[in-house]
Design a protein around this ligand. Structure first.
Ligand SMILES: Nc1nc2c(c(=O)[nH]1)N[C@H]1C(S)=C(S)[C@@H](COP(=O)(O)O)O[C@H]1N2
Ligand SMILES: [Mo]
Length: 197
């Protein structure tokens, strides 16, 4: 076997350790939406967490902006095989938003303006793993990419990152959302290639 030299970074370029199996890096930011882009004015925008009591904890846009805002740099992985490295966002951590929500249920259904849904276990939304993001790359989030605000759960395939997120509703059991009902994996870990089931 001959060893082909591709420059000193050749080997790591062949398999960048940040890129999960079966994924290819992209430079652009593809848009993937199952329906039309809803346009929501921040004056009318609301976000709620709904625990089993049925009493929602609701934020207006101003109230969200008054929460602790974090800057996040992270890689994102779409099940359609693209990975985008080092994306930067600003948003509010779900740790902050769940801080005074009382729940003993373990699963969450994210609901979006426009009707999209996706399910995520609560423990995968906490401990610095998920945000309600409203800026991408230093600019207000484009409506196409989920503006004014979207969920980001970067350690799972990007279909879990609900654009135009409107509420997180607690569930006792893990129920499938929109794509999960059409054959996408219930969990969606890109490192385990949990694409379909
Ligand atoms: N509301 C909503 N959120 C959504 C989707 C959608 O169709 N509607 N598509 C999902 C899928 S499959 C992906 S890959 C990402 C795409 O986000 P982007 O368009 O910003 O790249 O959003 C996810 N969130
Ligand atoms: Mo996707």
């Amino acid at each position: 076997m001959s060893f082909i030299t591709r420059g000193f970074s050749g080997r790591s370029r062949d398999r960048d350790p940040r890129i999960p199996p079966g994924q290819t890096e992209v430079g652009d930011f593809p848009v993937l939406s199952a329906g039309p882009t809803p346009h929501i004015d921040t004056a009318e925008w609301e976000f709620s967490i709904v625990p089993e009591s049925g009493e929602p904890r609701t934020w207006s846009w101003e109230q969200l902006m008054a929460e602790k805002i974090e800057e996040v740099t992270t890689d994102i992985h779409c099940v359609t095989h693209w990975t985008k490295l080092g994306t930067t966002w600003r948003g509010v951590s779900l740790d902050t938003l769940f801080a005074d929500v009382e729940t003993s249920q373990d699963y969450v259904m994210a609901h979006s303006y426009g009707g999209y849904t996706t399910n995520v276990p609560l423990d995968e939304l906490l401990n610095g793993q998920a945000w309600i993001a409203f800026e991408f790359d230093g600019e207000p989030l484009d409506p196409e990419h989920g503006g004014p605000a979207r969920l980001i759960v970067p350690h799972l395939y990007f279909w879990k990152s609900a654009k135009w997120v409107r509420s997180l509703v607690m569930m006792a059991d893990d129920e499938p959302g929109f794509w999960e009902q059409s054959g996408y994996h219930i969990h969606g870990d890109p490192w385990k290639e949990e694409r379909y089931w």
